[in-house]
Ligand binder design. Structure first.
Ligand SMILES: O=C(O)CCC(=O)C(=O)O
Ligand SMILES: [Fe+2]
Length: 236
């Protein structure tokens, strides 16, 4: 653990036990948020990810599932601190080699990320040479300027009921839509992607809802089942 790390006093709130979903308040310090915001300004982002899907007639084709832009974050002192925090949150048994490079995602007005799971349905993307599948995800909110919309919706996770949750989730969302986390800067959502047998948990389906005004930056922290090679992870 680098000695210069800040240690935010973040709070954890259990959202759901199956799938396991935990809400983290103040997961990123203000300095870390600023650092990631600056990186966002200087980094090359790539637009739109196309994924291969089959339509109702079973025809394979390319469909735009993501209109957000994303980039991997280069590891520096501050990024390493965030990585260490994400590892430690998962207990003492997860080696840092299981972490993918952190990924920033940005959305302008009108942009969104359609429903998807973070775990791969395509076996080639989840093979042991690439560390297996994605065991867990953190999605942290790095910036949300004058935002409306842009929540993170899990249609198959039951929304908790206590009114204190309304600080963090969209309490106007009809219950049949599951739970929608509001994009609150510094906070994060953690969840487990895989069932005990290592197969993907369908109930982790989620979307980045359309940003109806303003803009949003988020960050993915993905932990694999196994180790990633240095050419994927980069030097420690
Ligand atoms: O933008 C969001 O709220 C969710 C983004 C997401 O799920 C992802 O990047 O995998
Ligand atoms: Fe996702």
């Amino acid at each position: 653990q680098p000695t210069s790390c800040q240690h935010p006093a973040y709070h954890n709130y259990m959202v759901s036990t199956s799938p396991l979903v935990i809400y983290l308040e103040n997961f990123l310090t203000p300095e870390e948020q600023r650092h990631l915001q600056v990186i966002t300004q200087v980094c090359q982002f790539s637009y739109t990810i196309f994924s291969s899907v089959s339509d109702q007639a079973g025809v394979q084709g390319q469909r735009e599932t993501r209109t957000s832009q994303s980039t991997n974050v280069e590891r520096d002192e501050i990024v390493r601190c965030i990585e260490e925090r994400a590892l430690l949150f998962q207990g003492f048994d997860t080696p840092r080699t299981h972490l993918e490079p952190l990924q920033l995602v940005k959305y302008g007005t009108g942009e969104r990320y359609h429903f998807h799971t973070d775990w791969f349905t395509n076996a080639a993307q989840a093979s042991s040479v690439v560390g297996g599948n994605r065991q867990s995800s953190f999605f942290a909110y790095v910036s949300a300027e004058n935002i409306t919309g842009g929540g993170t919706n899990f249609p198959m996770v039951k929304a908790p009921h206590d009114s204190r949750w309304c600080d963090f989730i969209d309490c106007d969302e009809p219950w049949e839509n599951g739970v929608t986390f509001r994009p609150i800067v510094g906070n994060a959502v953690f969840w487990s992607n895989l069932l005990d047998d290592g197969t993907g948990d369908q109930r982790t389906l989620h979307a980045g809802l359309p940003v109806t005004s303003g803009s949003k930056i988020g960050m993915n922290i993905w932990t694999r089942q196994g180790a990633l090679s240095e050419d994927i992870r980069g030097k420690d």
